[in-house]
Design a protein around this ligand. Structure first.
Ligand SMILES: [Zn+2]
Length: 459
C-alpha cells in the first residue's frame, strides 16, 4: 500500500498507541527478537549512516513479559530494548507476546520482493555494493539481461490464466515499476517470475541456488495450508539464502545494507506459522478494501491527522450502534434487497443436475440469438462475431472434446437459442469477455474483474 501523508500520520498515531517498535533507525528494530542493529560497515569514512541493519539471526526472542515491561530476568535488567511503554494490547486476555502482532505476508513478502528488485536494478543497487569493491557485486545484471526478463514476462502474459494470478504481470521497468506495481504484483513477481526468468540470467551456481532458495521459502510461506515438513523447508531454504549473502558480505562483495528489517523479518516466518497459522490465514489482504473506504472518507487538507482520527471514531461509533442493535440500519443498507437476486442467471447445466456449483452468468446480457442448423449467412451476434464462425468453432470444440477425428461425421444439435453474457463468475473470480467489453461505451466499463481472451486455432 502506498502511504499518503494523511494515512502516514494515521498509521503513526496507531503505532504510537500500539507501541510496536518497528523502525529502521531503532537499534532493536526487530519486533520479534533481541537482535541489535548495526550501521553500514562499509562506505567512505565520515558519511552519515542513517540505516540500521539486522544481520544477527541467533538473538533470543522477545518475551511476552518484556513487551509489558514486566520481565525481571537479568537480560532485561538494564536494557528495555527500545520498548518505552507497555503495549495497550497487553491488557487483553488473548495477548500472547510478539506473535500476537503476527507477520503480514502481503506487505512483508512484497517488501522483500521490492528489496530484491532493488538488488538487481542498476537504478537502485548502488547502495548494496561494497564500497571500493563494486565490481565484485554478485547481483549485477546488464541492460540486455534486464530486457530479456521483460521480454519473457511480456511473452508469457498471454498465457497466464485469469483467476490463477491476482497480479498485473506487467514487465518490470526500473523507471516506472515503483508506481505501477502493487504489493500483490510484487509478491507474484518474486515467487513466479524470479525463479523462472531471473535465476537463469546468472551463471554462478551458488547465486542461482541462493535465489531459488529465497523464492522457494517465500512461495511456501504464501500457501494457505502448510505441513511441518514444509515449515522445515522454509527454515532450510532461508538458511541457504542467508548463508549466501553472509558469504558475500564476508568476502566484501556485498554491503551489510541488504539486511534491512524486511530481510531480517523473513527469519521469523516459521515461528509465526507455528504459533499462529499459515500466513494467508492471518493476512491483512482482506482489510485492504476497508482501508480504501477509510481513505475515501479522509478528505481534509489541513489537520489531516485530526480528520483521520475523526473518521475512525465516527465509523467505530456507527459500527457499535449497529452491532448492538440499538438502531436498525437495515433500511439504509438494503435500499433494494431484491437487487442481489437479479442481474445474473445460473449456468444452464444447473437445471440438469440441480447443483449450484456451476458458474453464474452476469449481466449485461445481449438479446437472445437463435443458432440455426446448417447456417451459412453473414449475420453476427451484436456485431461482434459472425454466426457461421461461431457454429464452426462449436463443431471444432465438440470434435476436440469428444476426440472425433475430422473424417468422421459430427452431429451438432443446433436450432437452439443462446443468450450472450458479458461476465462469468467462477470460483470467486469474475471473467469478463473482452469481445463484449470492446462493444461497450468507455463510461460503462467498470474497474475490477479479470479478462480472458479465447483464441481459436480453427478458421
Ligand atoms: Zn528478529
Amino acid at each position: 500500500m502506498k502511504l499518503f501523508p494523511k494515512e502516514l500520520k494515521m498509521s503513526l498515531r496507531i503505532k504510537e498507541g500500539i507501541q510496536i517498535i518497528e523502525n529502521n533507525i531503532c537499534t532493536y528494530g526487530c519486533r520479534f527478537c533481541l537482535t541489535k542493529g548495526t550501521q553500514r560497515t562499509d562506505g567512505p569514512p565520515n558519511t552519515r549512516r542513517a540505516g540500521m541493519y539486522f544481520a544477527n539471526r541467533t538473538a533470543p526472542l522477545k518475551s511476552k513479559e518484556s513487551l509489558l515491561l514486566e520481565d525481571s530476568s537479568p537480560i532485561y535488567n538494564e536494557q528495555p530494548y527500545g520498548i518505552k511503554k507497555a503495549t495497550v494490547f497487553g491488557s487483553l486476555s488473548t495477548f500472547s507476546g510478539s506473535c500476537f502482532f503476527g507477520y503480514d505476508e502481503l506487505h512483508g513478502i512484497s517488501n522483500v520482493s521490492k528489496l530484491f528488485f532493488d538488488l538487481l536494478s542498476k537504478r537502485y543497487n548502488d547502495g548494496f555494493k561494497h564500497h571500493g569493491n563494486e565490481s565484485a557485486y554478485p547481483f549485477q545484471l546488464s541492460n540486455k539481461q534486464f530486457e530479456c526478463m521483460n521480454v519473457g514476462m511480456a511473452k508469457s502474459r498471454l498465457f497466464i490464466p485469469a483467476g490463477a494470478f491476482q497480479g498485473s504481470f506487467h514487465p518490470v521497468n526500473p523507471l516506472n515499476v515503483k508506481g505501477l506495481y502493487r504489493s500483490v504484483d510484487w509478491s507474484i513477481w518474486l515467487v513466479k517470475v524470479v525463479p523462472v526468468l531471473v535465476v537463469s540470467l546468472f551463471e554462478d551456481q551458488s547465486i542461482k541456488t541462493a535465489i531459488l532458495a529465497l523464492t522457494r521459502a517465500c512461495a511456501l510461506s504464501l500457501q494457505w495450508e502448510i505441513s511441518k515438513t514444509e515449515i522445515e523447508e522454509i527454515k532450510s531454504s532461508l538458511e541457504t539464502w542467508y548463508r549466501y549473502i553472509d558469504s558475500q558480505i564476508a568476502s566484501q562483495a556485498l554491503s551489510n545494507s541488504i539486511y534491512k528489517s524486511s530481510m531480517h523479518h523473513l527469519l521469523h516466518i516459521p515461528h509465526i506459522i507455528e504459533q499462529c497459522s499459515s500466513l494467508r490465514n492471518i493476512s491483512v489482504r482482506s482489510m485492504e478494501r476497508e482501508i480504501g473506504n477509510y481513505k475515501k472518507k479522509m478528505k481534509a487538507r489541513v489537520n489531516v491527522d485530526a480528520n483521520a482520527i475523526n473518521v475512525l471514531e465516527r465509523i467505530t461509533r456507527f459500527k457499535f450502534l449497529e452491532t448492538t442493535d440499538m438502531i436498525d440500519f437495515s433500511v439504509l443498507y438494503n435500499r433494494n434487497p431484491e437487487s442481489a437476486k437479479t442481474g445474473f442467471v445460473y449456468h444452464p447445466a444447473t437445471k440438469i443436475d440441480n447443483c449450484k456449483d456451476y458458474p453464474q452468468l452476469w449481466e449485461p446480457f445481449s438479446s437472445p440469438v437463435l443458432l440455426p442448423a446448417n447456417y451459412s449467412g453473414e449475420s453476427t451476434i451484436e456485431g461482434l462475431i459472425r454466426l457461421d464462425k461461431l457454429i464452426l468453432a462449436l463443431g471444432a470444440y465438440k470434435r476436440r472434446y469428444l476426440g472425433i477425428s475430422k473424417g468422421r461425421p459430427l452431429a451438432l444439435k443446433l436450432d437452439k437459442t443462446i443468450t450472450p453474457a458479458a461476465k462469468l463468475w467462477l470460483d470467486y473470480h469474475v471473467l469478463t469477455s473482452v469481445l463484449f467489453k470492446s462493444n461497450l461505451p468507455v463510461s460503462s466499463t467498470k474497474r475490477g474483474g479479470e479478462f480472458i481472451m479465447f483464441e481459436s486455432n480453427d478458421e
